[in-house]
Design a binder for this molecule. Structure first.
Ligand SMILES: Cc1ncc(COP(=O)(O)O)c(C=O)c1O
Length: 490
């Protein structure tokens, strides 16, 4: 109780400046209290519904970044229960109706989702029975903690599966199930920094924002490398930048599928450029960000291999993307020798602290274990082939309809002209950047869903262009002249 009074006291003093510490009055109304604490919405919201910032488009002009609506306008208030709620059952009924409406919304949104790399097609009913447990894998996956409600046996099974996929032997790897691909990047880059403390981080400019976030968090020097129109790292530029920083080791983020264009960096060429620039293997560390394609690439014929037989330090992948999982999660695998540099024993846990988070979601390993066991390598190969086929179908139909589009080899991310109507973008939950948008073809994206989307897009474009207010966007500087079908390039 003492703790809570202190907290209230400090809030009280920050509001009134009086520093009064006391018990809550009988008529205390938490909603008025909280309203005083939250930001004034008008300060941060532009146009009432969405915030917007500027960005420079390819012509150097300032355009607005459209942000989603302000959630405070639709948030579900938590109110104090009435004294007779338990008797009347009113509150239970109210909450049940809110949840049932929410379920309907989720079903609808799931049906119209195309833009983010999430496989929404899964069935984990068999795991419902485990939702009654607070499963927490706090600490190191390989060292049991005194907290017994854990799922380490499943976690290590999943890690073994990924270590085998990326060719690292059982007794030579370490890894853990993360909260998401971002945590995998934060951990992989931290490992690089611990192994090479004065290293410079190199990442292509099309790397995920979490890579640059890691550089800011760890206060690392970071060099952005140019990209080719495909989105791949430009290895000429990479080598030039290495040569001008030869005195410092290199920590390199290699993209196994970029976020926007699904481009896979050429890992072998990256290693070759490091060697050509005079970096011996003990003076560089490579982290492979395989958030989405880390799990697809091994099943694509003729694709370059991500393998610990090459000079790489770590690989991360998101678990909720290609696998499909009801909660965000991910996997990080590294060499055992690297993690020993950053881990510490913790008596309170009876385990070792080697992860970014303390408490760790113990349910996620169960979902991954279940899915990997059901599908196996063969199941994933089939799903990958289906996604690549469907992505080609979408790209071909877009081009047939006169819409500029690009699909990288090895990828199921179809990039095309950004639609002119933000309502259309929101309906299909497309991810946009500047003049381009993309659809990431996942196992849950069927041909019939793509047909519905294409039909609606083509109809809408006819309306957008009818009065000459809009014209097809030029996407040449994003994806190359060959893929652009604007008035100038078609
Ligand atoms: C290339 C890449 N890396 C990292 C991430 C971050 O993954 P997560 O959303 O699981 O944190 C993403 C997400 O889309 C991504 O595309």
């Amino acid at each position: 109780m003492l703790g809570s009074v202190d907290v209230l006291g400090s809030i009280d003093s920050s509001i009134n400046g009086a520093g009064v510490v006391g018990w809550l009055p009988e008529d205390f109304n938490p909603t008025t209290f909280i309203q005083e604490l939250v930001h004034n919405i008008d300060d941060i919201v532009v146009n009432n519904k969405c915030d917007s910032q500027n960005y420079k488009n390819n012509n150097g002009e300032r355009e607005k970044i459209v942000l989603g609506r302000d959630m405070h306008t639709v948030s579900l208030e938590i109110t104090e229960p009435d004294p007779d709620d338990e008797v009347t059952g009113e509150r239970e009924a109210y909450m049940a109706s809110v949840l049932s409406k929410y379920k309907k919304t989720l079903t609808e949104k799931t049906n119209f989702h195309l833009g983010y790399p999430y496989n929404l097609d899964f069935d984990y009913d068999a795991l419902c029975q485990l939702q009654h447990f607070s499963i927490n894998n706090l600490g190191d996956p390989f060292i049991e903690s005194n907290y017994g409600v854990h799922s380490r046996q499943f976690e290590v099974g999943v890690l073994d599966w990924f270590a085998r996929l990326w060719e690292l032997e059982k007794n030579h790897y370490w890894g853990y199930i993360t909260n998401c691909g971002t945590e995998g990047n934060l951990h992989g880059i931290l490992l690089g920094r611990e192994v090479l403390p004065d290293g410079i981080l190199y990442a292509s400019q099309e790397s995920h924002y979490s890579v640059f976030k890691a550089a800011r968090m760890y206060r690392m020097d970071c060099v952005k490398v140019n990209t080719l129109p495909s989105g791949q790292i430009d290895c000429h530029d990479f080598k030039a930048k290495l040569l001008s920083n030869k005195d410092k080791p290199a920590i390199v983020n290699v993209n196994i599928g970029t976020t926007v264009k699904g481009a896979v960096d050429d890992l072998d060429l990256v290693i070759k450029k490091l060697e050509e620039a005079g970096f011996s293997h003990d003076r560089f560390y490579i982290h492979c960000d395989g958030a989405l394609f880390g799990l697809m690439l091994p099943f694509v014929k003729r694709a370059p291999k991500v393998s610990f037989k090459k000079a790489i330090g770590s690989v991360s992948v998101s678990g909720h993307k290609f696998v499909g999982c009801p909660m965000p999660c991910g996997v990080l695998i590294t060499r055992l020798e690297h993690v020993n540099v950053l881990s510490r024993n913790v008596e309170y846990l009876a385990s070792r602290d080697a992860t970014i988070m303390g408490s760790r979601n113990g349910h996620a390993p169960l979902f991954l274990w279940y899915s990997l066991n059901r599908k196996g390598y063969r199941g994933f190969r089939k799903e990958v082939q289906k996604c690549l086929r469907n992505a080609h179908y979408l790209k071909d139909r877009l081009v047939e309809a006169g819409i500029g589009a690009m699909l990288n080899d090895l990828s199921s991310t179809v990039v095309f002209e950004r639609p002119h109507d933000e309502d259309f973008v929101r309906k299909w939950q497309l991810a946009c950047q500047g003049n381009i948008a993309h659809v990431v073809v996942m196992p849950s994206v069927t041909i019939s869903k793509l047909d519905d989307f294409l039909d609606e897009l083509v109809q809408n474009r006819a309306l957008w262009f009818r009065e000459g207010k809009y014209q097809p966007r030029c996407i040449a500087s994003d994806v190359g002249i060959n893929n652009c079908l604007c008035a100038l390039h078609s």
